[in-house]
Design a protein around this ligand. Sequence first.
Ligand SMILES: [Zn+2]
Length: 373
Amino acid sequence: MRKTYLYRAKINKKTEANCNQWLEICRTLYNLALEQRIDAYKKYGKSISCISQQNQLVELKEAFPEFKVVGSQVLQDVIERLDRAYKAFFLRIKQRNGKAGFPRFKSKNRYDSFTLKQAGWKLEGKYLYIKNIGRLKLFLSKPILGDIKTVTIRRSSSGKWFVSFSCDNVPVRKFASTNTSIGIDVGIKSFCVDSDGNQIENPKYLKKSLKLLRKRQRSLSRKVRGSNRRYDARLLVAKCHEKVSNQRKDFLHKVANSYIKNNQTIYIEEINIKGMMRNRHLSRSIADSSWGMFFNFLLYKAEEADRVVVKVTPNGTSQICSGCGEKVPKSLSVRVHQCPFCNLVLDRDHNASLNILRVGQTRQALSTQRVFA
Ligand SMILES: [Zn+2]
């Protein structure tokens, strides 16, 4: 199994200056390579391949010796990033997926990481040594398992440094085996409600941090462009952003872990988040509760632990009575499900999660029958 481990890193001024220099060189290369591709297309109607640009790196280093400081694989990776951006762009055009967004030139704040592959680094205990850069001290909150394939150094917008290790052959995590299944309905009022009737609230501290973030954003918008005060305000906003994002991730990890630990099969709704974003009233709460990220956590944690996550097409899960199967229409503002047919009274989201569980189990049973037929 593949897994990425992320750690905060502490570095001294000199190492930091070197990291910043590498970022700047990588950014320059990215922009040069992008310019070359655009030129070739405009002038000759030709596209340049990733390999061909990578092959030109030797020549580039001869002409501009400053590129020699950065490891060859790191520079190759820059070209691969650009290539991925191109491929993603053409895929979006093919799928006619909203605005296609041509790959952009990167400004200073927009280029914040570089990646090493097998060469040019060494990990000794909590110290990561990078050739031509120096030593980074890692806060190894959890051990690195498996074989390290790539090492990525990232500068956050508030100026902190992070290192992530992408590993292969990471052993599967073992939880006690269980046969239980659960349906989860992500909500608007609370974060989610499951078919066991548990309601998980959005944490209060998150709300508090979000409030502070909005306050700081307003203060930033009042500062004069280019001023020192604006710079300070921007840093405060970035710090707050990071805090909110960390708190949210932390919360989502905890919720996802507990569901994975206690259930063999987890049923969730297939949600079209992009479609929902158009509905502006809903978008705020969706963004706040980060359902997409939560589902991703569930999916990869399930793979890690040999559990199963099944996505169920939402077919009136909130409108159908989980007790008798009759349709009980209600608007978004109605929080309680009251069935006039079987007199069932339940929290709206609890009713929906029971439907998600039932629909998922029925569908799975059907597909198993097909396998045996
Ligand atoms: Zn009913």
